[in-house]
Ligand binder design. Structure first.
Ligand SMILES: [Zn+2]
Length: 234
């Protein structure tokens, strides 16, 4: 008999309910990178993504009691904390505690991901929360970006069909309906990056980077007035 979760092999672990996550170790970082490469393709590290100027601490709200025993528990209608894919650790660069990061994740699940499920999108979280160590291993120079603050996630619609076309539908739906409302929305080709409560300046909150890497094309603020024709939602 062995009912303990599998933990540690190759840097990958599985929660009792069967959700896969990564350990914050070099092996865990390698495993996450390999999975991101496989589903997102080139540019998956987003190493050159513009970081917000400064992340502000957000007071925990409604999840002040976050503790490790909640890792495999629901944080929203459809999602669990463990879908962050890394257990939250404090982020000194951004002055955020474990609880604040868990709360940020809960908010993005409640305000962005749940509404997308309700709208019928079969989303896959390709990269959710990134620990500071993992973020650095992807090339980040500081860890004040939205992923290491628990405020951003990369979403894909996998399965049959061209992932880039399905990402366009998702991007346009989020933009048109102002889902969240998001603080940043990026069409990155095979996936969509969406942030909630981050510090993206209003003028650059919607961006296009078709291969998930620089140059990031600014399309004129959160209404995206300068979007290319195939990404226009209005
Ligand atoms: Zn991203």
């Amino acid at each position: 008999m062995c009912d303990k979760p599998v933990e540690g092999r190759g840097g990958v672990a599985v929660t009792p309910s069967g959700l896969k996550y990564y350990l914050d170790t070099p092996a865990g970082h390698q495993a996450a990178k390999a999975d991101m490469q496989a589903s997102m393709g080139p540019g998956s590290a987003e190493g050159t993504a513009p970081a917000p100027p400064q992340a502000q601490p957000s007071p925990p709200e409604g999840c002040e009691n976050y503790e490790d025993s909640m890792w495999d528990k629901p944080c929203s209608k459809y999602f669990k904390f463990s879908q962050m894919k890394y257990k939250p650790v404090a982020n000194p660069d951004a002055n955020l505690s474990v609880t604040q990061i868990a709360c940020n994740w809960q908010k993005i699940c409640q305000n962005v991901l749940d509404p997308l499920i309700d709208a019928g999108f079969k989303i896959t979280i390709s990269s959710g929360y990134r620990t500071p160590a993992f973020d650095r291993s992807l090339g980040a120079k500081n860890t004040i970006g939205d992923h290491p603050c628990g405020r951003a996630t990369d979403l894909q619609i996998l399965g049959q069909g061209d992932p880039s076309e399905k990402a366009k539908d998702l991007f346009k739906y989020i933009g048109k309906n102002n889902v969240g409302p998001f603080s940043q929305l990026i069409y990155e080709g095979r996936w969509v990056h969406v942030a909630l409560g981050g510090n993206s300046p209003a003028g650059v909150s919607v961006l296009v980077a078709r291969t998930g890497a620089a140059p990031y094309q600014q399309v004129g603020g959160r209404a995206g007035p300068s979007l290319p024709p195939d990404l226009k939602w209005a």
